[in-house]
Design a binder for this molecule. Structure first.
Ligand SMILES: NC(=O)c1ccc[n+]([C@@H]2O[C@H](COP(=O)([O-])OP(=O)(O)OC[C@H]3O[C@@H](n4cnc5c(N)ncnc54)[C@H](OP(=O)(O)O)[C@@H]3O)[C@@H](O)[C@H]2O)c1
Length: 251
């Protein structure tokens, strides 16, 4: 992917990693459209970044995604990059045998079904472009699970696998598929997460990711150094050790 001259839709572009990446891509010379649920933070983000656009949308809206995609394509026909970044992460006590699985279902709907639906809705349009890119934001936890957030890890592992299949099926098209797997980054994804000293500072994470995007335009995965102990744990024979460290540090 060339990191300038694109028209980019980024879901969850109104806070955390999504907002910081939207701003970095905006500064790098792209037309950026952010999507999210919270009107106040959408407004604040575009006000702070003149020329950026926002659209209010709940990605868990199921079939509504097709109409949303058609509207975005009609309003911004040049759109050639889709960044599936919106996500939620909830702690789950599986021993409590909850009757209400609302958090689990919302996690699957937001982190897994929504990107699949968005990709399906945008793919014909993206294929009509000379160069297009789909970036799926997964997680280091796709490779080594944090037991306390079981459904979250499962959705990210599923998006890792889905991205591999998608890339293979699109290999003879103009659409590139990039998986962007962050380590723990200081955002409000979970309560207290931004204050956790083990979380990577957001500005450092974005700077390193932008450098990787720029310097390795054909990369299949964007992996900052701090995520590699998770991403390559299995490959290096360290899975059990890393799993134990991760789940002892975060009981
Ligand atoms: N921070 C980390 O440590 C970390 C590590 C690995 C992966 N990630 C991934 O990075 C991505 C961004 O997370 P973050 O850390 O930046 O957390 P964040 O600050 O909480 O941002 C999450 C974003 O997702 C949006 N979102 C959530 N549900 C949505 C829905 N149903 N419809 C539309 N937008 C929705 C939120 O928008 P609203 O506020 O409008 O709902 C918000 O902009 C997620 O996919 C997350 O899994 C984060």
């Amino acid at each position: 992917m060339q990191i300038t001259g694109n028209t980019i839709l980024i879901t969850g572009g109104n806070s955390g990693i999504g907002r910081a990446m939207a701003e970095a891509l905006h500064k790098a010379g792209n037309q950026v459209i952010i999507a999210g649920r919270n009107q106040k933070s959408l407004d604040e983000t575009v006000a702070a970044n003149p020329g950026m656009n926002a659209v209010k949308f709940d990605v868990s809206a199921g079939e509504g995604i097709r109409a949303f995609a058609q509207q975005v394509i009609s309003d911004y026909p040049a759109v050639n990059v889709l960044i599936n970044n919106a996500g939620i992460m909830k702690a789950e006590n599986l021993l409590a045998q909850p009757e209400d699985l609302a958090d689990m279902e919302a996690t699957i709907s937001t982190n897994l079904l929504a990107p699949i639906r968005l990709i399906a809705a945008f793919l014909p349009h993206l294929q009509s472009k000379e160069a297009a890119t789909i970036i799926n934001v997964t997680s280091g936890l796709a490779s080594v699970p944090l037991a306390a957030t079981a459904t979250y890890n499962a959705t990210k592992a599923a998006m890792h696998s889905y991205s591999q299949s998608l890339r293979f099926q699109l290999k003879d098209t103009t659409v590139q598929v990039i998986e962007w797997a962050p380590p723990a980054v200081a955002t409000e994804l979970m309560p207290g997460h931004s204050a956790n000293p083990q979380s990577m500072p957001l500005d450092e994470f974005i700077a390193e990711s932008m450098d990787l995007l720029k310097n390795t335009p054909d990369a299949e995965e964007i992996l900052v150094e701090r995520v590699k102990f998770l991403r390559f744990a299995e490959r290096s024979g360290q899975f059990d050790k890393v799993f134990n460290i991760l789940n002892t540090t975060h009981p």
